[in-house]
Design a protein around this ligand. Structure first.
Ligand code: IPE
Ligand code: IPE
Ligand code: MG
Length: 245
């Protein structure tokens, strides 16, 4: 007998496959990103309905700047246009919006809109949507190391005071529970520099669906699969089953 996992509290998603979705239709990649935004809207609503507390989505990686200029600028345009409109909708649905990543490189207007969106939804408690933009797991770990090194330089802490909990406190999503379920759509089976530290014990689920085709039913299938996993965290299956008895 295997014990089943309780519903995931925190789901992380690498929303991959927008470009291929558009290419299959002979359309520009930017159209795939628009379709991706639509898919995200539905998944957020569905998560809120299911009572998922936290959803963290990879929208733009620190490596995505290496794409053709035109694609990068169409993505920035899409972020700009989407922010105000989506924020209103999210706010009405009680969703708190947060951005994680190195945001200072975005143009000042986009940064302002991001701050406004976060401020507007700050008190919402139904669910949190974390959007990773210009995010990289290695960047996240590096910026935490810098913050700790600075604190040591300033005499506020000693190197011996740094342990895993202290380190995690300086990462993005510090106050959140780590992702229980880590989904990647689009068929690739890699992390692509998403939540490297935070996903240490996430359950991975790879879907062949391209992100614009990933429906709430696809999410239900991922959650059903998750429910069958036995999360052992280093212990034995017997220990886990004894605990469940
Ligand atoms: C993911 O879809 C969205 C972003 C990276 C912004 P892709 O644009 O990577 O789509 P594919 O993988 O090329 O199909
Ligand atoms: C990961 O997808 C980043 C996002 C979904 C935002 P990529 O398409 O950039 O990843 P690789 O290049 O295939 O690893
Ligand atoms: Mg991709």
């Amino acid at each position: 007998m295997t014990t089943s996992s309780p519903a995931p509290r925190h789901i992380a998603v690498v929303m991959d496959g927008n470009g291929r979705w558009a290419a299959k239709r002979g359309r520009p990649r930017s159209l795939g990103h628009k379709a991706g935004l639509k898919a995200l809207r539905k998944i957020v609503e569905h998560c809120a309905k299911l009572g998922v507390a936290e959803l963290t989505v990879f929208a733009f990686s620190s490596e995505n700047w290496n794409r053709p200029k035109q694609e990068v600028s169409s993505l920035m345009d899409l972020f700009m246009r989407a922010l105000d409109k989506e924020t209103r909708q999210l706010h009405e649905n009680g969703v708190k919006l947060r951005f994680i990543g190195e945001l200072t490189v975005f143009n000042p207007e986009l940064q302002q809109r991001i701050r406004n969106a976060e401020e507007c939804t700050r008190e919402n408690q139904r669910m949190t949507l974390n959007v990773a933009a210009n995010y990289g797991g290695r960047w996240d770990i590096t910026q935490a190391a810098q913050a700790l090194a600075r604190a040591c330089e300033q005499g506020k802490m000693r190197a011996e005071d740094i342990n895993e909990a202290v380190f995690a406190h300086h990462l993005m999503l510090a106050e959140e529970a780590e992702p229980d379920l880590f989904i990647r759509t689009g068929g690739e089976m890699r992390i692509s520099n998403f939540l490297l530290w935070q996903a240490a014990y996430s359950e991975f689920y790879f879907s062949p669906e391209l992100w614009p085709d990933f429906t709430p039913q696809c999410l239900d299938a991922a959650i059903a699969d998750f429910a069958l996993r036995e999360r052992r965290f280093g212990r034995t299956g017997e220990q886990i089953q004894d605990q469940a008895r």
